[in-house]
Design a protein around this ligand. Structure first.
Ligand code: PLP
Length: 375
């Protein structure tokens, strides 16, 4: 009998959480309510007391963070071309201009040493991404932001539970945005949250999240400015509360599995492995070797051959400035060569907490046999 299909990721949801979701469904109140408040309080406690507000996606969190900073038409926001396209789409959504800066070949995150050259009088914010959950250097990031008087919106969609030094991502800094999409290290099925600086910002964010409405003490309401529709449901928040009980164990297991990949990997195959992260800053959201250059044009074949062996492989992400959307805005091949090279060679191998050590061995064996066949 052949082994069951191994996807590149899969959420772990325990029976207690499933029962708690059932309780919410039976409670008579299934949209934003007590479970959302409980999850916001739990995040806030974990993140040193900073205000946290839930939304229905990481995308909404980023877009509303930009609006909170009054970033709009004509403003420039500096970001990375190597991310999920949401990172730049939100900048377009508020009418601002995403300004890409190439990535560092080692970390694969925005190259902070190049950011200075991209800053203009119209630059309003830095929007870095912690790719695969490996944090951007927060010391350099905030030194730059301070020097140039810029807001920072950390796209920490992938880095929940990661650290910079001994501080957890989200427990310090300016605005920090997480995603709880089903593929993330902890999930609410779909969802996200923003960590804010103070209660005044949190109240303004609440209005942006739900139609601009402010509740009045007499039971009435007032709307002074635009707001969208991005509130999370209690059904989703109940999943999040269940996940939060396990996130540190999940991340520990991800770390162990990544170490097994490093130990089992055959260097003779010619892949470039992800940064080892010996300081343990990251949360191993993904394990992403880069194909040998000669196999880059055959990535589709590689993925199909892995699938034929029962193993799911993803691509996260092609360099986004080469999508038609950004070519139409003037970008072309060669603009950001490091991101282009990584984007053309990257593959995402299975990594999720319920995997066994034997699963990692199976992936490594399949990579070796597929590489030998395609070479
Ligand atoms: C780096 C990055 N930014 C933004 C997002 C958007 O999050 P969501 O899918 O929850 O809208 C994601 C996740 O999908 C992401 O990985």
């Amino acid at each position: 009998m052949s082994a069951p299909f191994l996807p590149f990721t899969r959420p772990s949801i325990d029976e207690r959480t499933i029962a708690e979701v059932g309780e919410v469904l039976r409670s008579g109140w299934i949209t934003t309510g007590p479970k959302c408040l409980e999850l916001e309080a739990a995040f806030s406690k974990r993140l040193g007391g900073r205000p946290v507000r839930l939304v229905n996606s990481g995308t909404a969190s980023l877009e509303l963070a930009l609006r909170l900073c009054d970033i709009g038409p004509g403003d420039e926001v500096i970001t990375t071309p190597l991310s999920w396209v949401a990172t730049a789409n939100v900048v377009l959504a508020v009418g601002a201009i995403p300004v890409f800066v190439d990535v560092d070949p080692a970390s694969r995150n925005i190259d902070l040493s190049r950011v200075q050259h991209a800053i203009t009088p119209r630059t309003r914010a830095l929007l870095p991404v912690d790719l695969a959950g490996l944090p951007v250097d927060r010391d350099l990031l905030y030194a730059l932001a301070q020097k140039h008087g810029l807001r920072v919106i950390e796209d920490a969609a992938q880095s929940f539970g990661a650290h910079w030094g001994d501080r957890e991502i989200g427990s310090f800094g300016d605005l920090v945005s997480f995603s709880f999409h089903a593929n993330k290290n902890m999930t609410t099925s779909e969802g996200g949250c923003l960590v804010l600086n103070n209660e005044d910002e949190a109240r303004r964010f609440e209005k942006l999240r739900l139609q601009g409405v402010a509740r009045l003490p007499d039971g009435g309401m007032e709307v002074e400015a635009w707001g969208g529709k991005a509130n999370l449901t209690d059904v989703a928040a109940a999943i999040g509360l269940g996940q939060l009980r396990h996130i540190d164990d999940f991340n520990e297991r991800r770390h162990e599995l990544a170490q097994r990949y490093f130990a089992r990997w055959d260097p003779a195959l010619g892949f470039t492995l992800p940064p080892a992260d010996s300081e343990r800053h990251g949360n191993w959201h993904m394990f992403q070797p880069l194909l040998p250059a000669r196999l880059a044009p055959r990535r589709g074949e590689f993925i199909a051959a892995m699938k034929a062996q029962g193993i799911g492989v993803g691509v996260h992400y092609p360099a986004m400035h080469l999508f038609s959307l950004f070519r139409q805005r003037g970008h072309t091949d060669g603009d950001f060569p490091v991101a282009e090279d990584i984007g053309a060679r990257t593959i995402t191998l299975p990594l999720f907490p319920a995997m066994t050590d034997a699963d990692v061995d199976r992936v490594c064996d399949a990579v070796a046999s597929v590489t030998a066949r395609l070479s």
